[in-house]
Ligand binder design. Structure first.
Ligand code: AMP
Ligand code: ZN
Length: 465
């Protein structure tokens, strides 16, 4: 089956194609670095990680760009409230963002351009829009005249006839109810607290939407393959990006627009403004392994809303640990048996289930279903003593192949393992010295942290629970 994605632009499931053979150029709207990202944001970044990894798994070369919005209404307001420079303020949250994506095993994009380092590109783009007749000036600010762009509304479905002539919006964020001309360049005001650039357009700063048009085209060209974000980006952000880019270049901007549904809490979008959010750090403080959070965010389809609850997180943990236990058991198989042809069938079925599902607009439930089906069938062979060491290795190889896309398996030499090994060594020493009290204390301590020890003739082994 061919790879298909639901395209927000055409509003249907479409067979995927690329502009250059074998290469995917994609732009993913990145964080506004005014605070720690919440797990709603990470739901979108994990969807983009799955997309990226699956494209690579299918053999495409991927060039991904994710911007860092380090100047906009929010970053300026917050840095002023704290009385620190915009740069110092945004550097702190940019650093936190990279730490968090590493913690969640989100693969790094090829480029992370910062908005403040591309002001020249934004100015040049606005100048093109002025030249082409799409922009006008009011008191030193430049606005985009949406009535001039005939395709306005093609992504989000907003209607141009709802436009109130001459109505303008200066704020970066607004709703569908306000289909207005929007700011490309904002003239400096004292509220900007010293944040400005002196440019041919005047003294001021860019609007948020022009940032993504300028940075995407700088790294990926006027016309590229995929653009993604959360559904809240469709209007006005992505609608405005299309209007800006296509009016400036006269070319089609992007072929495939993919958007992830919200992570919600009690029926409402998780967001900073509602205060109903958890950062990744909030959750890790409660003792969850980050890969459990990854698994939860990964395991529901990106176009379905995901209702966040701690019981949901616990359920994700049990499913994930079922896979970890399975890997652990496979690694311990010592039976010397001839090859069992049933293993080939099981692996082939799982393999085709995995790719057929992901080909279908990243149907992750189907892909995980294929994986769990393999677990069940192989477990049956293990219990009946008909899985040998070499076959166990074949199964492990298939699992690592799936893990290139999922990245949810235990990692060797993870810091936690070093720490556990240290404790086990201490306990072994205590046992040798017949200091049972210390040995038992260490065992209990580990158990409280979810680490179960088992003393085998080959030494102590451990499992995470
Ligand atoms: P921001 O930093 O607000 O620009 O958001 C960064 C990314 O997170 C954007 O792609 C948003 O669409 C996405 N996002 C924000 N809130 C949520 C949410 N509750 N669920 C899923 N994605 C979200
Ligand atoms: Zn953007």
């Amino acid at each position: 089956m061919a790879l298909k994605f639901y395209n927000t632009l055409t509003k249907r499931l479409e067979e995927f194609y690329t502009i250059n053979p074998g290469e995917v150029r994609m732009y993913t709207c990145g964080p506004t670095v005014y605070d720690y990202a919440h797990i709603g944001n990470f739901r979108t970044y994990i969807f983009e990680d799955l997309l990226r990894r699956y494209l690579k798994y299918k053999g495409f070369r991927v060039v991904q760009v994710m911007n860092i919005t380090d100047v906009d209404d929010k970053t300026i307001r917050r840095s002023r409230e704290e009385g620190v420079s915009l740069k110092d303020y945004t550097s702190r949250y940019t650093e936190a963002f990279f730490e968090d994506i590493d913690t969640l095993r989100i693969e790094r994009a090829e480029f992370y351009p910062h908005a403040t380092e591309h002001i020249g590109d934004m100015v040049a783009l606005i100048q093109k829009l002025i030249k082409n007749g799409y922009a006008y000036e009011v008191q030193g600010s430049w606005y985009y005249d949406v009535s001039k762009f005939k395709g306005y509304g093609k992504l989000s479905g907003v209607k141009l006839d709802e436009l109130k002539p001459g109505a303008r919006v200066s704020a970066d964020e607004y709703t569908k109810e306000e289909v207005h001309d929007f700011a490309l360049w904002k003239a400096y005001t004292p509220d900007d607290g010293g944040v400005f650039w002196e440019t041919p357009l005047g003294k001021g700063r860019p609007g948020w939407h022009i940032e993504c048009s300028a940075m995407s085209m700088r790294y990926l060209g006027n016309h590229f393959d995929i653009h993604t974000g959360g559904v809240d980006n469709i209007f006005p952000h992505h609608e405005n990006e299309i209007a800006q880019s296509e009016a400036a270049t006269g070319e089609k901007f992007v072929n495939f627009w993919l958007h992830s549904a919200y992570l919600i809490v009690e029926g409402e979008k998780m967001s900073k403004s509602k205060g109903n959010f958890y950062t990744l750090r909030d959750i890790l403080k409660r003792g969850y392994d980050p890969v459990v959070v990854r698994y939860l965010l990964l395991s529901s389809h990106y176009r379905q809303q995901l209702n966040f609850t701690f019981s949901g997180l616990d359920a994700a943990k049990s499913s994930l640990f079922r896979i970890w236990d399975f890997i652990d058991n496979l690694g311990r198989i010592e039976l010397d048996l001839p090859h069992n042809p049933e293993v080939d069938t099981i692996i082939e079925t799982a393999s085709s289930g995995f790719t057929t599902s992901l080909d279908d607009d990243l149907n992750i439930s189907g892909a995980l279903g294929a994986l769990f089906n393999l677990v069940r069938r192989i477990n049956r062979l293990i219990s009946s003593g008909s899985l040998g060491r070499d076959d166990a290795r074949l199964v492990l190889e298939k699992l690592s192949d799936f893990n290139r896309v999922l990245d949810i398996f235990p990692r060797e030499n993870a810091p936690i393992e070093d720490w556990i090994l240290e404790m086990i060594k201490k306990r072994d020493k205590a046992r040798k010295n017949r200091d049972w009290e210390t040995a038992d204390r260490i065992r209990d301590e580990l158990q409280k942290k979810g680490i179960m020890l088992q003393d085998t003739p080959k030494g102590t082994v451990w499992k995470k629970r």
